[in-house]
Design a protein around this ligand. Structure first.
Ligand code: ZN
Ligand code: ZN
Ligand code: ZN
Length: 196
């Protein structure tokens, strides 16, 4: 898949440069996109995750928008529509990923709650305004050649445990721990996406 390693940043530019080219791209990819939604895809996926263009963090884009470590709230403009699997549905992937109820990032909850841009005590799995997060799977390792649109280059941050894009051409990231995200110890994750 030629777009596999394209960064959200490049898709951002495409978004700004004109809807016409984005639409023609969509039509060209229509066959592949339809494949994502086919029931033959054994494991259900949850879509609606976006890569924030200000901090590169993957977040669940549901209002009210979570705080962004780069200031203001996370944004979703220019991002593809990423999806992950729910853990009970099974399939390949690392377990124990959850959506933070304070900052809306997808973070690995198998460790102590780490730096969060929405709560000084770290990521949390529920709040008064958001229901308890489910468990999600994030795929890693060799990117499968299964005909689905997948983007490699995702890492989990050593300092905040959030998933963030660090592939070729990735713009500078921002971590709630200060500075940029750090992925020295991260596995190599990949995410399914659609261009919508
Ligand atoms: Zn952000
Ligand atoms: Zn958080
Ligand atoms: Zn971080």
């Amino acid at each position: 898949m030629t777009e596999e390693n394209e960064s959200p940043g490049r898709s951002t530019r495409r978004g700004f440069l004109g809807r016409a080219s984005a639409l023609s791209g969509l039509i060209a990819l229509a066959g592949t996109v339809a494949e994502v939604a086919q029931p033959s895809d054994a494991f259900a996926v949850v879509a609606g995750f976006r890569s924030c263009p200000k901090c590169q963090t993957l977040w669940s884009a549901a209002p009210p928008y979570g705080n962004c470590p780069a200031g203001g709230t996370h944004e979703e403009y220019g991002s593809w529509n990423y999806s992950v699997k729910e853990q009970p549905d099974g399939g390949a992937g690392q377990t124990d990923w959850r959506i933070c109820a304070a900052c809306e990032c997808l973070w690995w909850s198998g460790t102590l709650a780490k730096a969060c841009s929405g709560d000084p005590n770290g990521h949390r799995i529920s709040s008064r305004t958001r229901p308890k997060s489910r468990y999600y799977l994030v795929e890693y390792g060799t990117v499968p050649s299964d005909g689905l649109l997948r983007q490699a280059g995702w890492k989990s941050c050593d300092n905040c445990s959030a998933l963030y894009f660090a592939g070729p051409g990735a713009p500078p990231s921002r971590c709630p721990n200060g500075g940029a995200h750090v992925g020295v110890y991260s596995w190599a994750y990949n995410l399914r996406y659609t261009v919508s």
